[in-house]
Design a protein around this ligand. Structure first.
Ligand code: NAP
Length: 325
């Protein structure tokens, strides 16, 4: 039986990846941070909370990473943990960079010294491209990060490559474009929108405050993106892959559709734009070219933008009608 260790198992991707690996017969270990309020709702939502072996570990604490490797003895490590909210990386630049960037070196050092046969996946991000003026981004497109988050991700991406070249460790980085789901954190714009239109449609609130509606992103469904990650780790040779839908749509288009699915009509009636919700610098547009992953991995996502928005809105309406976890 293969064993996988997932960092950030309490996050959106951690939950979907755990579910996928369990369905493939893996023994799944997941690291979590000890916090005052337990944060296992996503694993509970997917009905897998009791199936994942939980290990307390903080990416800032080398000892806890070593212990997690010792306890789990994994064949594959999926490093999904990060301070993943771009806006916060401007407010807590140093702490966030430690977790998102430098911690990856700590982890790779731990693997190098403990068992260099362990395969390592690094969760890289389309944010690393920044405003680079290329209309479509692939694995060869230059990076131009425009936030502390993106700079830290680029550091981590580079160090994963360096450990592959220098120590022959199997490291793969997935450059994932935005992927969303009903398990997305409430602070992210997609979920903020679907959650709010659900509440407004049920008369539970009357306003939604947003920032930059013009930003265009390439949106896909998180569950399907985890399939790509797993496929990358099963290849004979480690490599980096862009994972994306290949089409970008604006936050405004997301909002318009979400409002329609919630039966609310014109969003101007309930949305207020607040300048304080804008990032100090934002990326205008990101569109990914995932032809390498589609060709080499045979990965093909099915959920299109409209279905994704509908899935999230309907889920949130159901939730407010009948709150469970
Ligand atoms: P998420 O829901 O925010 O999950 C992040 C996870 O990291 C959480 O489990 C969080 O734990 C954990 N974490 C944060 N700081 C930590 C620390 N110091 N030590 C240990 N764990 C820590 O993010 P996601 O959407 O699942 O994304 C997964 C990964 O993919 C992240 O690295 C993200 O940056 C990257 N990514 C995401 C997207 C996207 O569109 N979703 C796109 C590209 C790349 P708590 O629950 O305790 O906070």
């Amino acid at each position: 039986m293969k064993k996988a260790l997932i960092t950030g198992v309490t996050g959106q991707d951690g939950a979907y990846l755990s579910k996928l690996l369990l369905s493939k017969g893996y023994k799944v270990f997941g690291t979590f941070r000890r916090v005052s309020t337990p944060n296992f709702w996503r694993l509970q939502n997917l009905g897998i909370f009791n199936k994942v072996n939980l290990i307390p570990a903080d990416l800032l604490d080398m000892g806890s990473l070593l212990e997690a490797l010792k306890v789990s003895e994994p064949d594959e490590v999926y490093n999904l943990a990060a301070a993943s909210y771009v806006a916060t990386s401007f407010e807590e630049a140093i702490g966030n960079s430690e977790v998102t960037g430098l911690a990856v070196t700590r982890f790779l050092e731990a693997i190098r010294h403990q068992n260099s046969d362990i395969k390592f996946y690094q969760a890289s991000s389309s944010e690393m491209y920044g405003n680079n003026n290329f209309s479509l981004q692939n694995e060869k497109t230059p990076f131009l990060p425009s936030s502390p988050y993106a700079a830290a991700k680029l550091y981590a991406h580079s160090i994963a490559n360096i450990y592959r070249q220098s120590y022959n460790i199997f490291t793969c980085s997935g450059i994932l474009f935005n992927h969303e789901s009903p398990l997305r954190g409430m602070e992210f714009v997609s979920r903020k929108i679907t959650n709010s239109v659900a509440e407004i449609s049920l008369g539970l609130k009357d306003k939604l405050i947003l920032g930059n509606l013009k930003a265009e992103r390439d949106w896909g469904f998180a569950g399907e993106y985890m399939e790509a990650i797993h496929l990358m780790m099963q290849q004979d040779k480690p490599d980096d892959y862009v994972i994306a839908m290949g089409k970008s749509l604006s936050v405004e288009e997301f909002l318009t559709l979400a409002s329609e699915y919630a039966g609310l009509g014109d969003w101007h009636d309930f949305v207020k734009i607040d300048e304080s919700n804008m990032r100090p610098s934002d990326i205008d547009e990101l569109t990914g070219d995932s032809s390498k992953a589609r060709k080499k991995l045979g990965w093909k996502p099915k959920m299109e933008f409209n279905d994704l928005v509908k899935h999230m809105v309907y889920h949130d309406i159901d939730y407010f009608k009948n709150p469970t976890v």
